[in-house]
Design a protein around this ligand. Structure first.
Ligand SMILES: NC(=O)c1ccc[n+]([C@@H]2O[C@H](COP(=O)([O-])OP(=O)(O)OC[C@H]3O[C@@H](n4cnc5c(N)ncnc54)[C@H](OP(=O)(O)O)[C@@H]3O)[C@@H](O)[C@H]2O)c1
Length: 301
């Protein structure tokens, strides 16, 4: 078997050192790191990987697509996919800004305590705070994919509705997803935000680092919540009372996870995904596939 070569395609000027180290720890032999990658420059980089090895050896070359500009990375990912033809293709992992692995880990944490997939009569109700960011939108999409009723919370109704529109266009039932505008961390009784909180079994905070999105009073309003996940690692917490290392800590009638508590699962998914793209040349791993990998790891697979 030839050496495992990972072509790291990053849209930032300098490719991520984090993604490089995870690749090495996941068993990559040779890392080809490219920064400043765009849709205009990516195809020759992909062809270089496609045309050097043949047959089964093609599986020993794979691609990682990353960078902090998630939209740019998604566009590069689409271009990479279109560069393949027939069996002449490479395994691909798409995880810009860690958004796909983080969102998958958050959904797995929630699924440990609440049945996310149910019959149509009583879907699990989830609220995603900061649901317009790269991580939040992916959490929304993954929960919607499980059949949950999801409330997308943003300071802008327009931005939340754009997310709702994209998730519905991807196949979610329009009646199972709603946009709610909310400002600050307090919960005004009688507001649409308060109603969503009161009904939620799952709450995920995916707001920007250091932004508190739910205060103590808001948490009290969320009386039905069984699991709360806060992905913000920078003080103050995104959800009052949750600390970064919390991992399934029982807090009243709910269990809570902080960013570090979710981070272990995220890292396991990332490393398993790197292994998967070298297991054959057919994988194209985006958020849903990464969630499936995480679920398989949870099940001991
Ligand atoms: N554990 C991990 O390994 C890991 C990995 C990646 C990311 N993260 C964390 O996950 C969280 C989400 O990441 P992201 O990249 O998706 O975040 P982001 O794009 O920076 O922010 C997400 C959303 O937060 C809202 N927001 C921004 N500033 C705000 C403010 N001052 N007050 C209230 N809301 C504000 C915005 O929504 P609106 O403007 O629409 O309201 C934005 O779309 C971050 O805390 C990040 O640090 C953790």
């Amino acid at each position: 078997m030839p050496k495992k070569v990972l072509i790291q395609l990053d849209c930032d000027p300098q490719p991520s050192t984090f993604d490089a180290i995870v690749a090495v720890d996941a068993g990559v032999d040779v890392l080809l790191r490219h920064g400043g990658v765009s849709v205009d420059s990516v195809v020759p980089l992909v062809h270089g990987g496609m045309f050097t090895r043949g047959g089964a050896d093609l599986a020993a070359t794979a691609i990682f697509i990353g960078g902090s500009d998630v939209a740019a990375a998604e566009a590069v990912a689409a271009k990479v996919r279109s560069a393949f033809f027939g069996p002449v293709r490479l395994g691909v992992l798409v995880d810009p800004s860690g958004a796909n692995t983080t969102a998958s880990a958050a959904v797995i944490a929630a699924g440990r305590h609440v049945q996310l997939s149910r019959g149509s009569a009583a879907p699990c109700r989830a609220v995603v705070l900061g649901g317009t960011g790269p991580v939040g939108e992916r959490v929304v999409g993954l929960l919607a994919g499980k059949g949950c009723h999801v409330t997308v919370v943003s300071r802008s109704r327009e931005r939340a509705e754009l997310v709702v529109g994209r998730i519905v266009a991807a196949g979610a039932m329009p009646s199972r997803i709603e946009a709610v505008e909310h400002h600050g961390a307090a919960c005004l009784p009688g507001s649409a935000f308060a109603t969503a909180l009161e009904q939620a079994e799952v709450i995920v905070a995916a707001g920007a680092a250091g932004a508190m999105l739910l205060d103590e009073a808001g948490r009290k309003a969320a009386a039905m919540a069984r699991v709360l996940v806060d992905l913000n690692a920078v003080p103050p917490a995104g959800i009052a009372g949750i600390a970064g290392p919390d991992r399934a800590r029982v807090d009243g009638t709910a269990v809570v996870y902080g960013a570090l508590g979710v981070g272990g699962t995220k890292m396991k998914i990332h490393k398993a995904a790197v292994a998967r793209i070298f297991a054959g040349n057919d994988a194209f791993l985006d958020a849903p596939e990464l969630l499936a990998i995480g679920e398989s790891l949870e099940a001991g697979g």
